[in-house]
Write a protein that binds this ligand. Structure first.
Ligand SMILES: [Zn+2]
Ligand SMILES: [Zn+2]
Length: 329
């Protein structure tokens, strides 16, 4: 009995230590987007690990040139092939040589666009002991390794090039659409009989009878939905529906979500995010994204308040006509 208690206490202490590490780590929420190709030329970095790294006289990696110390601030000069051309400090100044990219990148086949929800401290090495700089919410950032132990290697832009470093990161919560799909099925209409009682959960099997689906509603229409179009939080049709789905998914108003108008942020949309695009002409909730398309759930793409799951818009279309993104909490 006594032994069991001691064991439990030990587990509890370990749990508390691990938990407090996560608290102090202060991980930034990141939205992980499409595959990307980062530019490494002029990127400052520290080699991985705490050992010296051998450098070579050429990109073939055959003749030894020297060593990079673990705390040397290095710069990538050319990032082609396996051995990258780098410069690093020496006792006499600096030296140019080649080092294996596996000493720079923790994962040589992973590169994804990300956006950070808040400005985030970047550390020199994965031990997170010394800061290197700050990655901003407005930066075009690439994640160079999947999140492991709450950490991820990234490359972000600076005034003179780039920096490769580490952040404490946690991926944004993913939305679950199951309940919304059964409440608002494809093929139904988000509308009601004009003048009849309705709620934002009302759907109809018949197209909306309102004759103003191309615009032309007055503010009064928007507030009451008296025309037959359903209304939610002061909006009807595509915008009202997107706000409704967003609210159902996360329990907060889409209009209170973190806003972005950066076209680059389209590359890091995540399921549940709200987009306003087509030059302020259409709203939708993102259900998924691949390297070419953004898939959405939407209303009124048919001009009749029809509900549709699986509508696809190319990333370039959304970028070129973007009004705003609202990042879900
Ligand atoms: Zn309508
Ligand atoms: Zn209407």
């Amino acid at each position: 009995m006594l032994k069991k208690n001691k064991c439990f206490t030990t587990v509890l202490i370990v749990f508390c230590i691990v938990f407090s590490m996560f608290i102090t780590a202060n991980a930034v929420t990141v939205s992980i987007g499409i595959d990307g190709t980062a530019n490494f030329t002029n990127a400052q970095f520290y080699v991985l690990g705490s050992s010296n790294v051998t450098t070579y006289t050429s990109s073939s990696g055959t003749t030894v040139s020297g060593s990079i110390y673990p705390n040397d601030l290095c710069t990538v000069l050319d990032a082609t092939g396996t051995y990258w051309k780098v410069s690093y400090p020496t006792s006499g100044g600096s030296k140019i040589a080649y080092c294996n990219k596996t000493n720079i990148l923790s994962n040589t086949s992973y590169c994804k666009r990300i956006s950070v929800y808040a400005d985030s401290t970047v550390y020199r090495k994965s031990d997170m002991s010394t800061s290197f700089g700050t990655a901003l919410t407005t930066d075009k950032i690439y994640m160079l390794s999947p999140i492991s132990n709450g950490r991820s290697q990234i490359i972000y832009p600076t005034s003179s090039g780039y920096k490769i470093g580490w952040i404490y990161a946690t991926a944004v919560t993913s939305a679950s659409f199951t309940a919304e799909k059964s409440k608002f099925p494809s093929g139904k209409y988000w509308c009601h009989t004009p003048g009849a009682q309705y709620t934002a959960d009302t759907i109809s099997s018949s197209p909306c009878t309102c004759d103003k689906h191309g615009g032309g509603h007055t503010t009064n229409d928007l507030l009451t939905g008296s025309c037959g179009c359903n209304s939610f939080e002061g909006a009807i049709q595509c915008m009202g529906f997107a706000r409704k789905v967003g609210y159902d998914l996360f329990g907060t108003s889409v209009t209170s979500w973190k806003r972005s108008t950066l076209t680059n942020d389209v590359e890091t949309l995540s399921p549940g995010d709200y987009i306003r695009f087509k030059n302020d002409g259409h709203s939708a909730i993102v259900t998924s994204i691949d390297n070419t398309y953004i898939y959405v759930v939407e209303c009124n793409a048919d001009g009749k308040c029809g509900i549709r799951w699986g509508g696809a818009y190319s990333i370039s279309t959304v970028k070129n006509s973007l009004t705003e993104i609202r990042r879900h909490p």
